[in-house]
Structure formats: structure tokens, C-alpha cells
Write a protein that binds this ligand. Structure first.
Ligand code: F0G
Length: 463
């Protein structure tokens, strides 16, 4: 039985029309897009679950803030408001706006990483991995084993494997580990949370070996909600107290504000120690790549919207509704016997495409197969989080075999209703019912060297 849908703690003031193309039009659109969902026009997607990043609906308060944005080149009041919000929520002394998460990575990572160095994470998201590699270093994932088993229900499947972390540090030499990155929630493992206890253990290991610890904080609020819900010791803490405790473990954070900032554009870098020599270097890189350090590639109005959105994201009734949407959709899949990374994570349902298409090997990209079929079925746009996204080994050029083959249904914040979620569930069931008829996956006919999944061309493999 589907769980009860948690009602929206808001009402709707502004709407956008959406419509569905005919089946023939959808098949033509995806063929023209070279079977790459990123190549589709947004207006050709009926329900767009490509990402929860920058696709959020802003509140009346945020739109009001947009009108108040101070567009001074240097020292805008909106900058100071954002800095105050960042300091208050995260407890860090230095807050640097940037235009999005990967800009934070581009500004910070080369200061800590270079050739011969390694960065270790519970799991790197694709752009984060790319920026480690662009800095000349190598990225190593170190997630707990249970994350790799989608059907195993366990709390905090986003956690770092602490023992493995320590043995990796010993193996490679502490002096060669430039950075440890804790991704909260763990996007690539299915939006799975990281516990406060795990965060503390990882911080202790980093401290022991003198390695800086960075939180990749894109979904910090959703993570805190899971901690409050599932970590016994944190049940009576407020969401903000949990966030403060999590961040107190780290030295740095890099953040895409396009997720839990509930905005359409923005990012942050945080440095806990306001006297850190890194700050001047961050400012220098920011001025070169992003713009003056008081606007960081954003308009004053964007800074204002983030300052407001950060507070809206940590409201408990909002988070109960937000996570409730995932639980509702996941429970509909439970009823239908469709496997996904369970328990469901914070920003979407990650359907186990390898389980749905056991006949399709990883190098024919089952996650991509399901994404294309969902589009053909009902105009739903999702994306592969599997071997197609992972790409090739940067040293050997060989296709990597991902730990899982997911099709991610990422749910934008405050955008879709219960009826939309029902349509998504029904489309998935329809694809599952004909899954055995799909004999083959895709081959790549063209790919760029970095972050290939955004642009690659694919073609269906036929007998
Ligand atoms: N870190 C994580 C954990 C992310 O999920 C993302 C983006 C980034 C960093 C980079 O941030 O997009 O603002 O430059 N994730 C999006 C997604 C794109 O669809 O999951 P960005």
C-alpha cells in the first residue's frame, strides 16, 4: 500500500503550462537527440526529472528578495546578507559565493590537489570527480559496502567506509592525499544520507593524518532531516543544530546552492577558519574565474535569493513534505515490485535498471535504456547514473564498470504534485511490463573526453 502523501506546506501562486508530445513525436525527438536525454528540448518533456539542480520553484519571499537585490559591483548588501546566512547556518567564518557547485570545485581543488595527489570521497559526483582529475589528481570512492546492494534496506547507505578510508590513506601515503570529500547526501549512491556519527569518525581520521576535510554540501538540509529521523542520538536536535554539528567536523565546504539553496543558480565555498591562508587564494581564483569576491559570478539578486532559500530549506515541515514525496513514489514502486536504491534517498528515486534489464550488460548502459524508454512511454525525462555516466578510466581509456546501474528520477523542489508522481509510477510499471522485449542497449558513436554523458551521441544496438 502506498504511504500517505504529505501535503504541500504551501499553496501555488504561479504556474507553467506543460504538455505531452505524441508517441511518434517523442520517438522522433529522442532519435534527433542521439538518444541522449540532455539533447532534448525542455519543452518536449512532459515531466522533467533530469535533475533537481536549479529546477526548483522559488517562494514569494525569494521573488521579493530578487527585487531587493543590490547590484553594486563590490560590497553589495546582498553579499553581506548571504554571508551572514551562511555563517549562521553552517557556523563557518568565511563564506564565498560562486556561480554554481562546479565553480566552487574549480576555484578550490587546484589549491589542494595536483599531479600525484589523490582525493578520497564517500562518492564523488561526476563534476566533482572531473575537477579532481582536471586538477591533475585522481579520485577514489570509498562508500560503505551496503550502498552497492540496492535491495538491502539500511540507514545511512551514503556513509564513508571508515576502515577502508584509513587503509587507503596508509597505502597511498597521507602526504599524497590532498583532500577528503564527504558528499551529503551521497548523490551517486542514490541521495543516501551520511550519519553524524560517520562524519565524526571521518573527521577523526582526517585529523589524525592532517588531511583537510571538505563537505560537498549540495543537499545538506535533506541529509540533516535523515539524521534527525534515523539517528537515535539526534532525534531531539533541531535541523539547524544537526547541520552545525555536521559542519563543525569539516574544514571546508563546497556547495551547489542549486539544490538545497532552493534557487535556480548559485554556489558557495566555506572555510571554517577565518584566518586560513587558503582564503586569499580562494579570492584570487574567484576573481580570475568567477568575478569579484563579493559577487562570485552571480547577480546581487541571486545572492539575495540564496540567503532566503537556505533558511526555507531547513524548515522541518518543508523537509517532511520533500522527503515524503520520495517516500510516496518509492512506495508505489514497492507495490509494483520495481527495485530501486532502498530505502529511498532525499532528492529522487534511483531505479535499479540492472534489475529491470538483466539481459543488458553494463557496457550497453541499462540506466540509459530505462531513461530512453521512460521518455518514449510518457515524456518523462530522467538520466543514467551508472556506467554510462561514469565514463572511461582516465589512464587506460577503458569503459569503467559502475557499482550500480541506476536511472535517476530526480524530483525538483516544490514543482510537481502527487498526480505527477502517480504518472511517473504508472510509466515505470508500463516499461517494466515490456522490459523483457528489449534485447539490447546502446553504443556510443561519439563522445567528448570529459563528462561525456552530457554530450555523447548514442545509437541503439540491433541484432
Ligand atoms: N556536488 C554534488 C553532490 C552534485 O550533485 C552536483 C551537481 C555538484 C556537486 C555540482 O554542482 O551543478 O551546481 O555545478 N549535481 C547536479 C545533479 C548537476 O543533477 O545531480 P553544480
Amino acid at each position: 500500500m502506498a504511504v500517505k502523501y504529505v501535503p504541500e506546506p504551501f499553496r501555488i501562486k504561479m504556474v507553467e503550462t506543460i504538455h505531452m508530445l505524441s508517441r511518434e513525436e517523442r520517438e522522433e525527438a529522442i532519435r534527433k537527440a542521439h538518444y541522449n536525454l540532455f539533447g532534448l528540448k525542455g519543452e518536449d518533456c512532459y515531466i522533467d526529472l533530469l535533475t533537481d539542480s536549479g529546477t526548483n520553484a522559488m517562494s514569494a519571499a525569494q521573488w521579493g528578495g530578487i527585487m531587493q537585490g543590490d547590484e553594486a559591483y563590490a560590497g553589495a548588501s546582498s553579499y553581506y546578507r548571504l554571508v551572514e546566512a551562511g555563517k549562521d547556518i553552517f557556523g563557518f567564518e568565511y563564506i564565498q559565493p560562486v556561480h554554481q557547485g562546479r565553480a566552487a570545485e574549480k576555484v578550490l581543488f587546484p589549491l589542494l590537489l595536483g599531479p600525484g595527489k589523490f582525493a578520497i570521497s564517500n562518492m564523488f559526483f561526476d563534476t566533482t570527480r572531473a575537477h579532481v582529475e582536471l586538477a591533475g589528481a585522481r579520485a577514489i570512492d570509498c562508500v560503505v559496502e551496503e550502498a552497492k546492494n540496492p535491495s538491502k534496506r539500511a540507514p545511512f547507505k551514503g556513509n564513508m567506509d571508515v576502515e577502508k578510508l584509513e587503509s587507503l590513506i596508509r597505502e597511498r601515503g597521507a602526504e599524497n592525499i590532498g583532500l577528503v570529500v564527504m558528499t551529503v547526501t551521497n548523490n551517486s549512491a542514490g541521495g543516501q544520507p551520511v550519519s553524524l556519527e560517520n562524519m565524526r569518525q571521518v573527521a577523526a581520521v582526517c585529523k589524525k593524518y592532517g588531511i583537510p576535510l571538505d563537505i560537498d554540501a549540495a543537499r545538506f538540509a535533506e541529509n540533516a532531516y535523515f539524521v534527525k529521523r534515523d539517528e537515535e542520538a539526534c532525534r531531539d536536535m533541531s535541523i539547524k543544530e544537526i547541520i552545525r554539528e555536521m559542519f563543525a567536523c569539516a574544514d571546508l565546504f563546497t556547495m551547489s546552492a542549486k539544490k538545497d539553496g532552493i534557487v535556480n543558480m548559485g554556489g558557495l565555498i566555506g572555510v571554517k577558519d577565518g584566518d586560513s591562508p587558503l582564503i586569499l587564494k580562494i579570492r584570487a581564483n574567484c576573481i580570475s574565474f568567477e568575478g569579484f569576491y563579493t559577487y562570485g559570478g552571480l547577480a546581487g539578486r541571486d545572492l539575495e535569493a540564496i540567503a532566503i532559500g537556505l533558511y526555507e530549506a531547513i524548515e522541518e515541515d518543508y523537509l517532511a513534505y520533500r522527503i515524503g514525496q520520495m517516500e510516496y513514489l518509492a512506495s508505489r514502486l514497492d507495490d509494483a515490485g520495481i527495485a530501486y536504491q532502498s530505502p529511498v534517498g532525499g532528492h529522487g528515486v534511483f531505479v535499479d535498471a540492472a534489475a529491470m534489464f538483466p539481459q543488458i550488460p553494463y557496457y550497453e548502459f541499462p540506466g540509459q535504456v530505462l531513461a530512453v524508454e521512460l521518455y518514449k512511454e510518457a515524456g518523462i525525462r530522467a538520466c543514467d547514473i551508472g556506467s554510462y555516466m561514469l565514463g572511461n578510466d582516465p589512464d587506460t581509456g577503458k569503459q569503467l564498470h559502475a557499482d550500480f546501474e541506476f536511472t535517476r528520477l530526480a524530483i525538483p523542489r516544490r514543482v510537481y504534485t502527487q498526480a505527477h508522481l502517480d504518472i511517473i509510477a504508472e510509466a515505470l510499471i508500463a516499461v517494466r511490463d515490456r522490459a523483457a522485449e528489449i534485447g539490447h542497449g546502446y553504443r556510443i558513436t561519439w563522445e567528448p573526453p570529459v563528462l561525456r554523458h552530457f554530450q555523447a551521441h548514442l545509437e541503439p544496438i540491433t541484432d
